[in-house]
Write a protein that binds this ligand. Structure first.
Ligand SMILES: Nc1nc2c(ncn2[C@@H]2O[C@H](COP(=O)(O)OP(=O)(O)OP(=O)(O)O)[C@@H](O)[C@H]2O)c(=O)[nH]1
Ligand SMILES: [Zn+2]
Length: 472
């Protein structure tokens, strides 16, 4: 009989493990979903009980009956002495497209879809996945111990896949290219920095601060400006802003989020990328997201119809006095061109705290252009006061650069004075090299926090509590 480990008992040497019978018909359980409790033979073999592994040689024992939950057929089975591991965990890769409570939806990546193999073969593979291209997954608790949060946008490895039910377990998170704080989305490639041409009025200084904050996130495809509410201003006004942003080094797309004009161009710019919309309050971020969501068929994160629909943050809770939907879960809106857009708008206040003074020149395309053409006399030139600087000049945003540079320096000096807090080691991971050179990653836990209370101490504490109790 071929079984697959789907759960193990607690303790160092689990004697009981839950297994799913793979060849159900062979052991007379019929074709209904069957979970079996397996009793492991010896501690030595128990060591090999890893979730997701397939074992051959387990045989059903005499006891076959119902479990406490009547919807499951349950049998006892034992591993015979010749039981062997026939395959390690089947691992599939995918991208987290939504996050709900403790569950994540993972959209599977079909191998070969982007590689050298053709689309027909990739489709065949999708059929091999039981026609499921998305799995509902829980996260391995060891990831939580390592403080490896699984974020929307993350590429993950999924094991213990149940193709029938479409379930799996997130085993590991692949290295991230970038991480966006608000909203918490990983591997964002492009920031759509949105402004309204009027209502609220557009203001160059504010635009610049947003652009610097977005550049500071270090995204692969950088920043795209979206100018909204074109219906409220003249063509000339719109063109003037598009040209002005062009001279700063940015492409700007004029749109009318409520009317739908230009929304297609925004979708085109997102082709094959993951984007997030940021911008000040009231510029129409939610309207743009709603419009894109509607054109994508309202399937944010691949959820059922209606579930991915956006909520209006208008209601205020009588109890807390805050918006009711402020902590709504994030999903990705899937576009037909392979792009994704986070369904939650990002920051509406540019926070420049994270942008270090030495990174600031990298946040101005104008500086990049000047450094391509020439070279400053000093390698670590701050472009503020040094002689022989090729950046200093009378370009439009230079005074803004100098201003932000001084602000960043002040913040850094302040941080030095107060002394940066020592980071705790908790949440780190350690690598352990096992026999045969296999490398395992384990959480580095704070011993004081995770040490189990000794029995002696708990007895003492109990006695103390009893003695201190005021019986009168
Ligand atoms: N005339 C016009 N109004 C628009 C357009 N897009 C959005 N609006 C209006 O602008 C207002 C603000 O739009 P929202 O989408 O809520 O803006 P937001 O950026 O999400 O605002 P916050 O949630 O406060 O961050 C709403 O009253 C919209 O109807 C547009 O293209 N033209
Ligand atoms: Zn310089």
């Amino acid at each position: 009989m071929l079984v697959r480990m789907v759960g193990a008992g607690k303790g160092l040497w689990p004697r009981n493990a839950a297994v799913e019978v793979v060849d159900r018909l062979a052991c007379g359980l019929g074709s209904s979903s069957a979970t079996t409790t397996a009793t492991t033979g010896t501690a030595r073999r128990a060591r090999n009980l890893q979730l997701g592994r397939h074992w051959r040689g387990a045989r059903p024992s005499l006891r076959v009956g119902w479990s406490r939950s009547p919807c499951r057929t349950v049998a006892m089975c034992e591993f015979s002495s010749s039981a062997e591991v026939v395959s390690d965990a089947e691992i599939v890769r995918g991208r987290v497209v939504s996050h709900r409570a403790n569950f994540v939806h993972v959209k599977l990546q079909l191998e070969g879809a982007e590689g050298d193999r053709g689309g027909a073969e990739a489709e065949e593979e999708a059929v091999g996945y039981g026609s499921k291209d998305e799995l509902l997954c829980v996260t391995r608790s060891v990831l939580k111990k390592m403080k490896r949060q699984v974020l929307v946008g993350d590429f993950v490895e999924v094991s213990s896949v149940d193709w029938t039910l479409g379930h799996g377990v997130v085993k590991s998170v692949l290295p991230r290219q970038s991480i966006f704080q608000t909203p918490a989305v990983a591997n964002v490639e492009i920031a759509l920095v949105m402004f309204a041409l009027t209502d609220p009025p557009i203001e160059a200084n504010q635009v610049s601060r947003f652009l610097v904050a977005a550049e500071g996130a270090g995204l692969d495809s950088g920043v795209l400006v979206v100018l909204n509410k074109t219906d409220l201003v003249s063509r000339e006004e719109t063109k003037a802003w598009v040209d002005r942003l062009g001279s700063w080094g940015y492409r700007a797309i004029p749109v009318s989020a409520s009317g739908g004009e230009g929304v297609g161009a925004v979708c085109d710019a997102l082709e094959g990328k993951l984007g997030v919309v940021v911008g000040p309050s009231g510029v129409g971020k939610s309207s743009l997201i709603n419009s894109i969501n509607a054109s994508a068929g309202g399937e944010a994160g691949g959820l059922g119809e209606g579930e991915g629909a956006l909520l209006d943050v208008g209601e205020v809770s009588a109890r807390t006095g805050r918006g009711k939907h402020t902590t709504r879960n994030i999903s990705l809106i899937r576009l037909s061109n392979g792009g994704f857009l986070a369904d939650t708008p990002g920051f509406n206040q540019p926070h420049l705290v994270g942008v270090a003074s030495r990174e600031l020149p990298g946040c101005f395309p104008e500086i990049g252009r000047r450094l391509e053409d020439g070279r400053c006399e000093f390698k670590n030139c701050s472009h503020v006061h040094e002689p022989g600087c090729v950046v200093r000049g009378d370009w439009e945003r230079y005074p803004m650069y100098v201003d932000l540079y001084h602000q960043a320096r002040d913040l850094e000096a302040k941080a030095l004075r107060t002394g940066a807090k020592k980071e705790t080691r908790e949440g780190d991971s350690i690598k352990k090299v096992r026999k045969g050179g296999k490398v395992d990653v384990e959480p580095r836990l704070n011993r004081k926090k995770h040490r189990r209370t000794s029995r002696k101490l708990s007895k003492q504490q109990f006695k103390q509590a009893v003695m201190e109790d005021d019986w009168d």
